[in-house]
Design a protein around this ligand. Structure first.
Ligand SMILES: *[C@@H]1O[C@H](CO)[C@@H](O)[C@H](O)[C@H]1NC(C)=O
Ligand SMILES: *[C@@H]1O[C@H](CO)[C@@H](O)[C@H](O)[C@H]1NC(C)=O
Ligand SMILES: *[C@@H]1O[C@H](CO)[C@@H](O)[C@H](O)[C@H]1NC(C)=O
Ligand SMILES: [Zn+2]
Length: 417
């Protein structure tokens, strides 16, 4: 058993190295398929329901704190990493936006985020869970080069929601693993900088998406809401052992899938006392024109974290909700002003939260660190690509930092060749 596991790890490590070594080339793609395929016998379309090594998928056991230790393993719990006291713990705020990045919503992103700083003088982070359809990759490049994190939200974002609940390994490989190669290619951003996943509709697919993540070197998922662990909030954890988290949108993973992490979406509580995973999915909200009401609503949810166990506070929203509700947007800006004023709260990328969880340090030490940097990448100006015919017969225009594809990229053909 032990040697089997060892071989598995070595092979997987090799596979990841190959993928990474081949990908970050901004040149035209001569060999499209090699970089998207991890060596395996399971890539035959539509036939695969399990991972590369189905035998390895074993039911996760109850977490053992003695065996599961940072930085590589963490039991699911509301305990603060590193055994820190709340007052010594940085309060992370993770602002995220979902779906296609286009010329309209990018204006909002610029206005809200660019130039904004945390109290430690570092620029604020935010994470974009990008879906491919209608995305302008030149703008993805811009967001990346402003220091925001780019993460995955599938190529097709297809309906019905149930598609994702019953998706096979190969479905998710084509939607998520291939999207990582696609986005780093067309936006010309480093392959390794893309680490996170949010499934469409927050619809998990049991073990499957986590298996794909483990096999293709993706680090974390941020699609799993909790309403049972809001006060105190659930901290991020790894999937080596069984999760205690409530499964609000089944099926949730129950296998042991080392190397993958869950960033739980700790629900907000709306004015009726009901949980909501995303700020724009709350039902009983203040009036949409009531800025003061919205500010108080946001702050009261924030305080459950800040005055509690300081589990990361998620502000998960879609841009349209802010741009169509100016009072909500104004309240959001006031909230960000408030966080910028706090000496122990920080708006950061999702992956930065995970890095801290793996190596927790007290807030005083955290504040003294230099700001995170990223390797900047270019995007040569070229007109939008198109019209490009999509698989549905529609034609699309697509901004890209790379050679134009010949057809509209889609699942099964992420480079549009
Ligand atoms: C996940 O894997 C475990 C262990 O093999 C299995 O018992 C469980 O049924 C799987 N979940 C789904 C939804 O297939
Ligand atoms: C943040 O601090 C500034 C300067 O002290 C103050 O003017 C402003 O009202 C504060 N904003 C919030 C939302 O607390
Ligand atoms: C955000 O994430 C990117 C990609 O991981 C990283 O390069 C960048 O430095 C981060 N920015 C901040 C502000 O943390
Ligand atoms: Zn979405």
């Amino acid at each position: 058993m032990r040697s089997v596991v060892l071989v598995f790890v070595v092979v997987l490590g090799l596979a990841i190295t190959i993928v990474q070594a081949q990908v970050p080339t901004p040149e035209p793609l001569q060999t499209p398929s090699t970089s998207t395929q991890v060596p395996s016998e399971t890539t035959t379309e539509g036939t695969t329901t399990t991972g590369l090594y189905p035998d390895e998928l074993k039911l996760a056991e109850e977490c053992d704190e003695e065996l599961c230790k940072l930085p590589n393993c963490r039991c699911s719990s509301t305990d603060i990493p590193g055994g820190l006291l709340p007052r010594d713990t940085p309060q992370f705020v993770t602002i995220t936006f979902d779906d296609a990045v286009n010329v309209i919503n990018t204006v909002t992103y610029r206005n809200l985020l660019n130039g904004r700083k945390n109290s430690n003088g570092c620029p604020v982070g935010a994470t974009f869970y990008v879906s491919h359809e209608y995305t302008n990759y030149r703008l993805v490049n811009e967001l990346y080069n402003q220091g925001y994190e780019i993460a995955l939200h599938s190529i097709s974002h297809r309906t019905p929601q149930d598609y994702w609940a019953t998706a096979t390994y190969n479905d998710i490989k084509q939607e998520i693993a291939d999207q990582r190669v696609q986005i780093s290619h067309f936006a010309n951003i480093p392959f390794e900088s893309v680490k996170g996943v949010r499934l469409p509709f927050l619809q998990l697919s049991g073990n499957v998406s986590f298996q794909v993540m483990a096999d293709y070197g993706l680090e974390y998922d941020c699609s799993w809401p909790t309403s049972s662990y809001t006060d105190p909030g659930l901290w991020p954890y790894s999937l080596d052992y069984a999760s205690v988290q409530d499964c609000m949108i089944p099926p949730c993973p129950t296998a042991s899938i080392p190397k993958t992490w869950v960033l739980p979406m700790v629900s907000w509580i709306d004015l009726g006392g009901f949980p909501c995973a995303m700020a724009d999915s709350c039902h009983f909200t203040p009036d949409l024109e009531d800025e003061e009401g919205w500010y108080k609503f946001i702050v009261s949810n924030f305080e459950r974290h800040y005055l509690g166990n300081r589990a990361p506070f998620g502000f998960y929203i879609h841009e349209w909700y802010l741009s169509s509700n100016p009072a909500v947007q104004a309240a959001f800006v006031r909230f960000m002003d408030l966080v910028s004023n706090l000496s122990d709260a920080f708006m950061v990328n999702s992956s930065e939260v995970l890095d801290w969880v793996k190596n927790p340090i007290p807030v005083n030490e955290y504040k003294a660190k230099s700001c995170r940097t990223w390797s900047s990448t270019s995007c040569a100006f070229q007109p939008d690509c198109g019209p490009l015919v999509g698989p549905n017969g529609m034609s699309y225009w697509m901004g890209a930092c790379n050679v134009c594809p010949t057809v509209y990229p889609w699942t099964g053909n992420p480079f549009g060749q």
